[in-house]
Design a protein around this ligand. Structure first.
Ligand code: ADP
Length: 425
C-alpha cells in the first residue's frame, strides 16, 4: 500500500520529486495525467501524479488536482503532497493557493506547511523570502518568466494573495531548533486559525527536520526538497522497508535529441554551450508564428542532419523577444503556439528513431509527453540535482526521457545527460 500520494503541478517537477524520493530509498512510480479509475495501483511506496496544471485556468487546475487526490486516496495513500515549483511559479490568481485550499478541503484538514526550498539548487527560504542563489526571487530572472513572472520574493505575501486561508511563518530560528519546535509552531499557527505556514529552510538538515515534523500532517505543499526527510521519517515509524537500488533503467540505444522551450537563464546558457558542439536549430516563432510551419522547418532540418549526433531544437528566446511575441498574440496563445510546435517536433524525432530525449521546460515537457502518449515513467539515476533520467515503457521500443525544469542543470547538462547513458550509468 502506498504511503504518500503526490499531485505535481507540472511534469518536470513531478520527476524531480520522484527522483528525490527514490534517492532516499522509497519506491516511487510517476503517472502522467489523472489516472483512470480502472488503472491498477502500482506496487510502490510513493505515487506521483504529474499534471500540467501550473498555468491552467484555476477551475481546471482545482478539478484535476482533486480528481488526482481522490484516485490516490482510493489507492490507499495516507498522506498527500502538492508539489509546486522551487521558484513558487504562480500568478496572483493561483494556482497554488486555490489548489491547496481544495486539497485541504477534500482531506478534511485545516493546515498545511508550505516550503519550496531546494538548497542543492540554490533555492533557500529565509524569513519567508525565497532566494535563487544569492538573488531574491524577483531579481533572479524569474521576474521575466513568460507565463508566471515572479515579482515578489515574500512568499507569505505571494500565497496570501492566492487564498483566504491566512498564511503564517515558521522562521529560521524555530526551524533550527529541530522537529519538535517546528511541530509546535505548526500547531500554534493552526490554532491561530491560519491555514498555511511558509517554512524557512536554508540547508538540507533543515529540510530533514521539517520532514520529521510532517509525520502527522495530512497535506504538504512544496518543492521536492520538502520530501527529502520523509522516507527516513517513515522508516523510523516502521512504515517503509529497506529496498535495493530503486533507480535502475533498461540500457539505452538509439538517436539522441534535445527539445527546449524554457526561456530561463539556465536553459539559454545550456543551449549556448551545446550550439558550439552539436547541431543546434533555434526556431523563431516571432518571425513565423505558425506551429505547422515552424515544425515543418524543424523536421526538414532534422532530416538533413547526420543520424549519429545529438540534435538540439530550441524555441527558447531572450525576454525581449518573448515579450514581443506575447504582445502580438497574448501570453497564453504565445506559450501554446511554441508548446504545440515543440510537441510536434518531439513526435517527429521519436518517429525518426530518437530514443534518448531531453526536454527543457516544465510546460514544454507537459506538452511533449502528452503528445507522445506517455502515461507512466520509471525513475532512474540523477543527471544534475532535480533531473533524473526516466524511462517510458509504453512507447514502442522504449524511450529514455529527461524532463528538465527550465532553471535546473549546469551549462553542460545536455551533453552530460547523453554521456551518462552511453557510459551505462
Ligand atoms: P520553465 O521550466 O523555464 O518554466 P516552461 O516550458 O514551463 O519553462 O515555460 C516556458 C514557456 O515559454 C512555454 O510556454 C513556452 O512555450 C514559452 N516559449 C518558449 N519560447 C518562446 C518564445 N520564443 N516566445 C514566447 N514564448 C516562448
Amino acid at each position: 500500500m502506498p504511503i504518500l500520494g503526490c499531485v505535481a503541478d507540472d511534469f518536470t517537477g513531478a520527476t524531480d520529486l520522484a527522483s528525490t524520493l527514490v534517492k532516499e530509498g522509497a519506491r516511487t512510480v510517476q503517472l502522467l495525467g489523472v489516472p483512470r479509475p480502472e488503472d491498477p495501483v502500482p506496487e510502490a511506496d510513493v505515487i506521483v501524479v504529474a499534471l500540467k496544471s501550473r498555468t491552467a485556468p484555476v477551475h481546471e487546475a482545482v478539478a484535476e488536482s482533486v480528481a488526482a487526490l481522490d484516485w490516490l486516496l482510493a489507492a490507499g495513500c495516507r498522506q498527500a503532497f502538492f508539489k509546486v515549483c522551487s521558484t513558487f511559479d504562480s500568478t496572483d490568481a493561483g494556482n497554488i493557493g486555490p489548489v491547496a485550499d481544495a486539497l485541504l478541503a477534500r482531506l478534511g484538514a485545516g493546515f498545511a506547511p508550505v516550503c519550496p526550498a531546494f538548497p542543492a539548487n540554490g533555492r533557500t527560504v529565509y524569513l519567508g523570502h525565497l532566494f535563487v542563489g544569492t538573488a531574491l526571487l524577483n531579481e533572479s530572472g524569474m521576474e521575466n518568466h513568460p507565463l508566471t513572472p515572479m515579482r515578489d520574493a515574500n512568499l507569505v505575501r505571494v500565497l496570501g494573495r492566492q487564498t483566504q486561508g491566512g498564511v503564517g511563518l515558521v522562521p529560521f530560528a524555530t526551524v533550527a531548533q529541530g522537529a519538535g519546535a517546528i511541530r509546535s509552531a505548526f500547531h500554534a499557527i493552526e490554532d491561530q486559525g491560519r491555514r498555511y505556514a511558509i517554512v524557512d529552510a536554508l540547508t538540507e538538515a533543515h529540510l530533514r527536520a521539517i520532514g520529521a515534523a510532517c509525520d502527522a500532517v495530512a497535506l504538504m505543499v512544496g518543492g521536492s526538497g520538502l520530501a527529502i526527510g520523509l522516507p527516513e521519517t517513515w522508516r523510523a515509524a516502521g512504515l517503509l522497508a529497506a529496498h535495493g537500488d530503486a533507480a535502475r533503467l533498461p540500457p539505452a540505444a538509439g538517436r539522441a535529441a534535445v527539445v527546449a522551450g524554457s526561456c530561463s537563464r539556465a536553459t539559454l546558457g545550456q543551449i549556448g554551450f551545446a550550439r558550439d558542439r552539436v547541431p543546434t536549430l533555434t526556431l523563431d516563432p516571432l518571425a513565423r508564428p505558425d506551429p505547422a510551419a515552424l515544425a515543418g522547418e524543424a523536421i526538414a532540418w532534422i532530416d538533413a542532419q547526420a543520424p549519429d549526433r545529438p540534435l538540439v531544437i530550441a524555441a527558447s528566446a531572450t525576454p525581449d523577444r518573448v515579450e514581443a511575441l506575447q504582445r502580438r498574440l497574448g501570453r497564453e496563445a504565445a506559450g501554446q503556439l511554441v508548446e504545440r510546435t515543440l510537441a510536434e517536433v518531439a513526435d517527429a524525432l521519436v518517429a525518426r528513431g530518437v530514443r534518448r530525449l531531453v526536454v527543457a521546460g516544465g510546460e514544454t515537457a507537459g506538452a511533449v509527453v502528452s503528445r507522445l502518449g506517455v502515461r507512466r515513467l520509471a525513475i532512474g539515476p540523477e543527471i544534475d540535482p532535480g533531473v533524473p533520467w526516466t524511462y517510458a515503457p509504453d512507447i514502442a521500443g522504449g524511450l529514455h526521457l529527461a524532463l528538465k525544469s527550465g532553471n535546473f542543470g549546469g551549462r553542460d547538462f545536455f551533453l552530460k545527460a547523453f554521456a551518462m547513458l552511453e557510459e551505462g550509468r
